[in-house]
Design a binder for this molecule. Structure first.
Ligand code: IMP
Ligand code: MG
Length: 434
């Protein structure tokens, strides 16, 4: 039975939350498989507008099981805050399950994130500062603290003790920072553990059994594939595996690749990026400002959900997008924010890069090379028509249809879903995904 993965195809903020919110209707289980509270989803539905950082976007359907997978770096304070805020708005969180194997973001991770960015100076990554990168470093170095450890002081204290002894040396000797207090840390995280206890469970089994019963499972990615630790614009990437490749998705919840039946890539009709790093199609003109501030008065402009930073804006980059389609093994595309292009007279798509007089159609691995490529554009006529009320593909203006068809051709992947506004019903379903 279908396990469907939804991944961001670009540099994050493609509108995955909104697509998951739509697809979750048919799913029994909705699971987050990677990243941490560096991610942010904005969801608008009949209950209001919500900004989620850790809790899966399926939470608004009370009958669904919502899962935070082992691949997620969890800041317990942030998660508890999110649960409280949802409950205070009448959203039931009792069917939320947190993997006992997920790694915990500890105070030294946030401190190391800050200190490391400072130390990098003008080569800073532009992280969200939530401690996610350093948490994954501890995980890989096999000294991380995991959710299950929070439940018993006998397990928690020795783990914190040994990792903190090491990290306090790093904080003070390498960065000249202030050491973190052991006792305060043990007490605070044990308390978090007590409050999280009702949510903790075995995620892999939940998903395996739902799949065996023939129920739909939706695996919800965070961030974008071009921020992938392996395939993204290294070193300007995040420290987890947002893509579905290398089984990022399966790995992050504990199911095998053969159980995954479809991977849907979410792409904006243009591109955005927050943080530093190469961005070949970046725009610095009025079009950028216009796209960034489209719908700003309704809180819909291109400003980070997590950090509030203005997002960098550019034209759709079909070279990077095609790469993303390939390494994610995408079966379909969801194209979001088509309506943001409504007022433009013409629209560009980057179809190749010029590098030292040659044309290339792949993404170079070195960021210093990617910084130098000059995008080659194809220009398509705009439609200058409001699309926010359109619900059928055939009712879209012909120029918008042509734009979508061209995207399919260039990315070599069908567009199954198009969004034309932030609310649940503002979507054109070309091909049902479940
Ligand atoms: P980190 O994940 O906080 O370490 O940040 C690493 C890079 O990923 C930075 O460029 C961030 O701006 C970017 N990033 C992390 N999470 C998101 C997200 O959810 N949306 C967009 N960019 C993100
Ligand atoms: Mg986001």
């Amino acid at each position: 039975m279908p396990i469907v993965v939804v991944v961001g195809g670009q540099w994050g903020d493609e509108g995955k939350g909104r697509i998951v919110d739509l697809l979750a209707r048919k799913a029994r289980v909705v699971a987050r498989y990677s990243a941490g509270n560096n991610a942010g989803h904005t969801i608008v539905n009949d209950r209001g507008e919500f900004k989620l950082h850790v809790v899966p976007a399926g939470i608004f359907y009370p009958e669904k099981t919502c899962v935070i997978g082992n691949g997620v770096a969890v800041d317990p304070e942030v998660l508890l805050g999110e649960i409280e805020s949802l409950e205070s708005k009448g959203i039931d969180t009792s069917k939320l399950v947190l993997s006992d194997r997920a790694n915990i973001i500890m105070p030294w991770h946030r401190e190391l994130d800050r200190l490391d960015e400072l130390a990098r100076g003008d080569k800073a990554i532009g992280t969200t500062g939530k401690g996610v990168g350093p948490c994954f470093v501890d995980k890989v170095a096999r000294r991380g603290i995991r959710v299950a450890d929070l439940l018993r002081m006998e397990d928690l204290r020795p783990r914190i003790e040994s990792t903190l002894a090491y990290q306090n040396k790093v904080i003070t000797a390498v960065y000249g920072g202030e050491p973190i207090n052991l006792e305060g840390c043990c007490q605070a995280y044990f308390e978090f553990g007590k409050r999280l206890a009702p949510y903790i469970g075995d995620v892999s089994t939940i998903i395996f059994e739902a799949n065996r019963r023939g129920e739909h499972v939706l695996l919800e990615g965070a961030q974008g594939s071009l921020l992938d630790l392996d395939h993204g614009t290294y070193p300007y990437v995040t420290s987890s595996v947002p893509s579905s490749s290398s089984s990022g998705a399966g790995l992050g919840v504990g199911v095998g690749p053969t159980d995954i039946s479809r991977v849907v890539g979410v792409f904006k009709s243009y591109c955005t990026r927050v943080g530093n790093g190469p961005f070949p199609t970046e725009l610095f003109d009025d079009v950028a400002n216009q796209l960034r501030d489209h719908g700003k008065e309704y809180g819909r402009g291109e400003y980070g959900t997590t950090t509030g930073r203005p997002r960098r804006i550019g034209w759709l980059d079909a070279v990077a997008a095609r790469y993303s389609v390939r390494f994610n093994g995408l079966s379909a595309l969801a194209l979001t924010r088509l309506d943001v292009l409504d007022s433009l007279a013409s629209i560009k798509i980057c179809t190749g890069y010029e590098l030292d007089g040659k044309i290339i159609d792949t993404v170079p691995s070195r960021e210093s090379v990617l910084e130098r490529v000059v995008p080659i554009y194809e220009e398509l006529p705009g439609w200058r028509t409001d699309t926010t009320e359109v619900r059928n593909f055939d009712d879209l203006p012909p120029q918008a249809q042509a734009f979508i068809r061209r995207v399919e051709e260039l990315l070599e992947c069908p567009v199954d879903l198009i969004s034309v506004g932030p609310s649940r019903e503002q979507a054109v379903i070309v091909n049902p995904i479940f």
